[in-house]
Design a protein around this ligand. Structure first.
Ligand code: DAH
Length: 357
């Protein structure tokens, strides 16, 4: 290119510079521009070419400087030739620029492909329920305790006043280990462990959330599920204390409008014992409500005053207490309107999550 300008300047030293030789120069310049443009690949090439040809110190500018040497009658035409070339360069560069931009978009994202669906990371309904349950009891001053999932017969049954020949054992069939231990069937053994650990230091006010196991598998029973146990032991504890604590809890968990009902029942480790029902979401108005089956109430927990035999098994004397136990899956299913417990686990849960979240 340098040579082109060199010869241009040289030739114009004389007075033989006319319009046709300007046309020739421009044509050569245009050919050179075209070939350079065809090999331009990126944004940077465009700005480089632009300043080389039509920039303030560019080649076209050099040609403009020659205009005074052209006979006056032809100057107007000369100006037009140069301006046309300038316009040509500008248009070509602009076209290339938008072509490059389009290409970049095409490469960076294929907007014709449907987007991949992403799932929000939310907590499992059991986790949500467990956290909420724990928070409410902590507000009432309960501490969180835990115990082993592989439990000894003594803690799971015998110390809880369920001797080897007791029929209650049949209702809690479970998985036994070769060494005689078993997968705990409820969180009640933590009552025994907590009392042993505290060696009679009162009051004892604990909840024990955790995993439990049974030989069950249907729409409302899973072989692995969660319970929250509660235990309150002090010198003097009344059954109305138990009622007050559970009523407060269920109203906080299910809403202030929830009614709580206690029904006499039987558990080997409490006396007296009661079953806890809450008013159904249908308000008891619908005779064919699928949740409460028209009864208006839902059974949500078992409770009672700690049986003297239980205190005896840990060597406690002159104390009173209450205990309760609730199934977390059941509470979560009622709270979140989930009809089948199996939806909460494994493959089923993944499908369920895809449908509902
Ligand atoms: N452990 C019982 C069960 O799994 C539930 C239960 C009932 C726990 C009454 C208690 C209680 O502490 O007082 O069926």
């Amino acid at each position: 290119m340098q040579s082109l300008i060199g010869s241009l300047s040289f030739k114009t030293m004389g007075n033989d510079f006319d319009i046709s030789s300007l046309e020739n120069k421009v044509k050569r310049l245009k050919d050179e521009f075209d070939s350079e443009l065809s090999s331009a690949k990126e944004e940077q090439d465009i700005s480089r070419i632009k300043s080389k040809y039509i920039g303030k110190k560019g080649l076209l500018q050099d040609l403009f400087k020659l205009i005074p040497q052209i006979p006056e009658s032809e100057r107007k035409l000369a100006g037009k030739i140069l301006n046309d070339f300038k316009q040509y360069v500008e248009e070509k560069l602009e076209d290339l620029k938008s072509a490059l931009e389009r290409k970049q978009v095409e490469f960076s994202e294929d907007i014709t492909l449907p987007g991949r669906r992403s799932f929000s990371a939310n907590l499992h309904p059991i986790t949500v329920a467990l956290r909420e349950i724990t928070e409410i009891f902590e507000k009432m001053g309960f501490e969180v305790e835990s115990g082993p999932e592989m439990e000894e017969d003594w803690y799971n049954f015998t110390a809880l006043n369920i001797p080897p020949d007791h029929p209650a054992r049949d209702m809690q069939d479970t998985f036994y280990l070769e060494d005689g231990r078993l997968l705990r069937t409820h969180t009640s053994p933590v009552q025994i462990r907590a009392m042993e650990k505290r060696k009679g230091v009162l009051p004892i006010k604990i909840i024990a959330p955790g995993r439990v196991f049974r030989r069950d598998w249907d729409a409302t029973h899973s072989p692995v599920f969660h319970q929250v146990e509660g235990l309150f032991v002090d010198k003097k504890v009344k059954m109305s204390d138990l009622f007050g604590v559970l009523e407060f809890f269920f109203k906080k968990f299910f809403g202030e409008g929830t009614r709580v009902r206690f029904r006499p029942s039987y558990f080997p480790f409490t006396e007296p014992s009661a079953e806890v029902d809450i008013s159904c979401v249908c308000g008891g108005k619908s005779k064919d409500c699928k949740v409460c089956k028209g009864s208006g109430f839902l059974e949500v927990a078992g409770c009672g005053m700690v049986h003297p035999e239980v205190f005896r098994s840990v060597g406690y004397e002159g104390v009173q207490g209450f205990a309760f136990g609730m199934g977390v899956e059941r509470l979560a299913m009622i709270k979140f309107g989930i009809s089948d417990i199996r939806l909460l686990f494994g493959e089923n849960y993944i499908a369920f999550k895809k449908t509902f979240f």
